[in-house]
Design a protein around this ligand. Structure first.
Ligand SMILES: [Zn+2]
Length: 98
């Protein structure tokens, strides 16, 4: 889980607002994972697509907006689409000679 309220990686609130605006422009005003639209009742959180433990920092390329439920469910693990991509790439690589 990589919520903005996490003390180990707090982003300044002014910057957070700008990043959120850019992410809404890029991905729409909805949860990246489940597609639920954000509203007064469904607040967005900033989530590191590749977990913060593996890719430090706040690069926009690695940030998505997620609802609380999806952010909590994803936890601090790699998302499955990325795992599948890595596995597919690995299977295409030539085998090492013995
Ligand atoms: Zn969601």
């Amino acid at each position: 889980m990589t919520l903005v309220s996490n003390n180990r990686s707090l982003m300044p609130s002014r910057r957070r607002g700008k990043v959120r605006a850019r992410l809404v422009e890029r991905d729409g005003n909805q949860c990246f994972y489940c597609g639920q639209s954000f509203s007064e009742h469904v607040k967005p959180t900033l989530d590191h697509y590749v977990p913060h433990s593996l890719w430090r920092g706040w690069r926009q390329e690695n940030l998505v907006l997620a609802c609380w439920q999806c952010n909590l469910a994803k936890d601090d693990v790699l998302p499955w689409p990325l795992v599948w991509l890595l596995l597919a790439h690995h299977q295409e690589a030539p085998a090492l000679a013995a």
